[in-house]
Design a protein around this ligand. Structure first.
Ligand code: NA7
Length: 869
């Protein structure tokens, strides 16, 4: 009988858990330990989940067993010794059984019990769970521990049910095993299951034909005993070993690198890849940008293709086995034992379905559009309806009869991958929107089970009966999950991570790629912040601390973390010279930005003395439109070349010449020196556009931060002086006012690199208080904002200057100026300038470049003009 929670009429149990895999087993153990009555419902006749069903030959884990095991009990860890680095399915299943016995779990598991429906009874505040056998069980909490790769994808090959020979499915293999000796065998599918099974089936079969639709990246597993180094580290400090895994990117502690594959010379890069090849590990350390940069990733792809070509003797087969058209890692990579070598055996053949697709399966074999082949047995290794399939296979009905399947029709929506709006007291273990399949499952399972059980315990202690996420929190998390995926190459691949393997499944990136470590931190912070984003109800009423746990772009978060780890002194605590030195030193660490056609350094006459400029010319044929660019740095820091990566990027994207001009800096030269120089530079560049190789006619101006302030100030000066003509102004997070009382200063003034204190320091160096309302300092305060060039104003959500940028956009629009306001969600003052570092900034820079191209259309090339004439 239930203990501890709930209204007067008690449900049958406190918690129903669906699934007796590793998640369900630990959930039961944990809840039982906390005194909650719990029952696990399991369709199979034994424990083990996916390891119960997937008994195909060669089935093994590909995370080292020492890591792919529970960490919750040191005694269990001492008692159980893995015989190999990567244990076989029978050994893993034996481990699951050992755990079930050791903690006496079976007595609360109902085997052979398939859950069909679960519905929330709002009046009774309980779930009614019904089974295929027609039984009903009521519970306060309902936990889906059904695994991410447990519901097989239906076989979508014409004629599959017609075959008269033996048919096998890797996901549902006969318990007694299969002997293929002397048989002609077909294997369809070359994912992890196919890659593991094929060498073993080949060793038995008289003939083996592999039907491959998409080749996979695979490296040798080099199985054997667990590496001594690992064992030593584990034995020396078990807690530290486990904690390192919990705080790692993927749930396995591997060294982190910040090095880009493109930064190192070819031989050094190759050495890293050779080490990865030799490592026998699924997650070797390579380079930081393989996940985000197509160019970097391609270097590894080509290395791996080279390995395949060197192993597989027949060049046509080798080429067919070489993955093309997607990036390494974006489809689940594999490690194997002799997979590619198998294709050198005389009785093994590869059929490349991209060239000769299957037309149908026949009574006796398989027909492609090129030939008919006869088989005694067909093995389907065609994969799973991953991550969501097994969850929505149960008809789950939440508040007001809402169906989870319907709610997720366009893709799963969860808060933390753990809960979903409309389904109170329902938890998902390793659900979509959590690291799940991108992590060592054991680490993720333990973290989820611990979080869920401590939440239920918290509710018991505080008299709360129901928990449900808010729509705000869920929408915020879904956005964050997508933001994380969008900075990577993953969404580009047709993978099961994207739901792309199941016809008709919505194309959504299903797991959370932000990292096990960051994910755990988010879950912990949610709990610490009074369960941010959850609404509870209890006898004493409802409580809700609504909000969104992650709002920054993920790559911006990483930059902030890296900068914080440097422990730099605040800029405002330094004399300007020291601040400049720091600014310059940090600049040397940036990725360089894209290559441009030409870079020319020169000087131009400023208002008082010569000024430096740097000209960026596109590689395309000129003459190009010309943009005068003013760098950022609060009128104190920076120079004509300090925004180099941004200028290169704008040059390439807008196909314009960017002339980044210097100006005198404060405190040596205070206001209006910078303004006077900025205007002088504009005049000089405008009148020398053709001499600089640009097209004649008006130029555009652009700038970032204080440079954007100067860019718009020169537009006002140009208007009042009757020239030079300016075609448009691009203002990236501009200073438009000296008023520091706007909400964005209050909200963002401390944590996002540009601080209120720093702005005060800039202003104090730049301009007397008495002059801060001068429109040349605060262009927003100009009496007349009409007749200014069209403007594109970019503001960032977490920038102290956000509101004054928006105010300027509104004021220009009110004055009849053509204004485009681009709002960068999740960005900070400087993140859009961080080319190749903050990848989520790239789409915004593309919009900026689009604006420049609109302001400055390319004039016809002289040659073309001539021809047309
Ligand atoms: P996967 O990795 O989804 O592999 C399934 C394979 O079957 C893959 O090569 C598919 O090609 C192929 N497939 C699927 N449908 C067809 C049809 N209709 N015709 C031909 N080929 C087809 O599943 P696994 O079981 O191997 O591995 C699942 C996960 O378990 C694995 O990633 C690990 O995390 C553990 P496709 O790529 O779709 O072109």
């Amino acid at each position: 009988m239930a203990t501890g929670i709930g209204p007067a009429v008690r449900p049958d149990v406190d918690v129903v858990v669906v699934g007796a895999g590793f998640a369900g087993l630990y959930m039961l153990h944990r809840l039982r330990g906390l005194g909650f009555s719990t029952v696990v419902l399991e369709g199979a006749d034994g424990v083990g989940g996916t390891w119960y069903w997937n008994r195909y030959p060669g089935a093994r884990c590909d995370i080292m067993s020492i890591d792919y095991s529970y960490s919750f009990d040191p005694e269990l860890e001492r008692e159980w010794q893995w015989s190999e680095k990567y244990a076989t399915q029978p050994e893993i299943l034996a481990y699951a059984n050992y755990v079930a016995d050791k903690y006496d779990l079976r007595k609360d598991i109902r085997f052979g019990t398939r859950v069909q429906q679960a519905s929330w009874d709002a009046a009774a505040r309980r779930w009614r769970v019904s089974t295929a056998a027609g039984d009903e069980i009521t519970c306060r909490f309902y936990v889906m521990a059904t695994g991410c790769l447990s519901l097989p994808k239906s076989i979508d090959i014409e004629g599959a049910d017609r075959f008269g020979g033996e048919t096998y499915y890797t996901h549902h293999w006969p318990h007694e095993g299969v002997d293929f000796t002397g048989k002609r065998v077909a294997v369809i599918g070359s994912g992890s299951s196919g890659i593991q099974a094929i060498p073993i089936i080949a060793a038995q079969a008289a003939q083996l034909t592999v039907f491959q639709r998409t080749p996979n990246f695979s490296r040798p597993a080099r199985n054997g005993p667990t590496p001594q180094q690992k064992l030593d580290a584990f034995k020396a400090d078990r807690d530290a070993y486990r904690q390192a895994a919990r705080l790692s990117q993927a749930g396995v502690a591997v060294p982190i690198t910040q090095v880009s594959a493109l930064q190192v010379p070819e031989p050094a890069r190759r050495a890293v890849y050779e080490a990865a090849w030799d490592s026998g590990e699924l997650l070797p350390t390579t380079f930081a940008d393989l996940v985000t940069s197509a160019e970097a990733n391609e270097t590894f792809c080509e290395f791996l293709r080279g390995k395949i070509r060197s192993i597989v003797k027949d060049p046509v087969t080798a080429e067919a086995l070489c993955p093309q058209g997607y990036y390494y890692g974006t489809k689940r990579p594999c490690i194997d034992s002799g997979y590619f070598e198998t294709f050198n055996l005389p009785h093994v053949r590869l059929v490349d379905l991209r060239k000769t697709p299957i037309s149908t399966i026949t009574e006796t074999g398989i027909r492609t559009n090129a030939e008919s082949m006869e088989f005694d047995a067909i093995v389907f290794a065609t994969g799973f309806d991953a991550m969501t399939g097994a969850i929505v296979a149960v008809d789950i009905r939440g508040r007001d009869g809402l169906s989870l399947k319907q709610k997720w029709a366009d893709g799963p929506k969860t808060y933390l991958g753990l809960t979903t709006v409309g389904f109170p007291n329902c938890f998902l273990v390793t659900g979509p929107g959590s690291p799940s399949v991108l992590s060592n499952m054991m680490v993720s399972i333990e973290q989820h089970v611990d979080w869920v059980s401590s939440t239920i315990d918290h509710m018991r202690r505080t008299g709360l009966e129901t928990i449900e996420p808010t729509s705000t929190a869920e929408a915020g998390w879904v956005q964050h999950v997508n933001d994380c995926a969008d900075v990577t190459l993953f969404p580009r691949a047709d993978s099961w991570y994207m739901g792309a393997n199941v016809p008709g499944k919505p194309r959504v990136f299903l797991p959370y790629i932000g990292g096990v470590d960051r994910y755990r931190k988010a879950c912990d912070e949610v709990a610490q912040q009074g369960y941010l984003g959850f609404r509870f109800e209890g006898a004493a009423g409802a409580v809700c601390n609504d909000g969104v746990i992650r709002r920054l772009q993920p790559d911006v978060t990483i930059v902030l973390e890296v900068i914080e780890s440097l422990g730099l002194p605040p800029v405002e605590s330094m004399p300007p010279q020291a601040a400049r030195a720091l600014f310059d030193a940090l600049a040397t660490q940036r990725p360089p930005g894209p290559a441009v056609g030409e870079i020319v350094d020169g000087t131009l006459p400023g208002a008082a003395a010569e000024l430096k400029y740097r000209l960026y010319r596109p590689a395309t044929a000129g003459p190009h439109p010309v943009v005068v660019y003013y760098h950022g740095g609060g009128w104190v820091l920076g120079s004509h070349d300090s925004d180099d990566p941004l200028c290169r990027d704008l040059c390439v994207r807008s196909d314009s010449i960017i002339v980044s001009v210097d100006y005198r800096h404060a405190p040596e030269d205070r206001f209006p020196a910078a303004v006077d120089d900025a205007f002088a530079a504009l005049r000089w560049v405008s009148s020398h556009a053709e001499a600089l190789g640009g097209q004649p006619g008006p130029v555009a101006v652009a700038g970032w931060s204080a440079g954007a302030n100067l860019a718009t100030v020169v537009c006002q000066l140009g208007r009042d002086a009757g020239g030079p003509a300016i075609a448009g102004q691009l203002l990236i997070t501009p200073v438009t006012d000296a008023d520091m009382t706007r909400p964005s200063y209050q909200q963002n003034g401390e944590r996002y690199l540009l601080t209120s204190a720093m702005m005060r320091w800039f202003f104090d160096h730049y301009v007397d208080v008495a002059n801060r309302s001068d429109p040349r300092v605060a262009p927003l305060r100009a009496g007349n904002l009409s007749n200014l060039p069209p403007a594109t104003i970019v503001t960032c959500e977490f920038d102290p200057l956000r509101d004054e940028g928006a105010a300027y956009a509104a004021a220009l629009a009110d004055a009849g100026v053509d204004v485009q306001h681009i709002f960068a969600r999740g960005h900070i003052h400087s993140s859009l300038t961080m080319v190749d570092l903050v990848i989520s900034g790239a789409p915004y820079r593309e919009k900026m470049a689009e604006a420049l191209r609109r302001y400055l259309p390319r004039q016809q090339q002289p040659l073309l003009r001539h021809k047309l004439a």
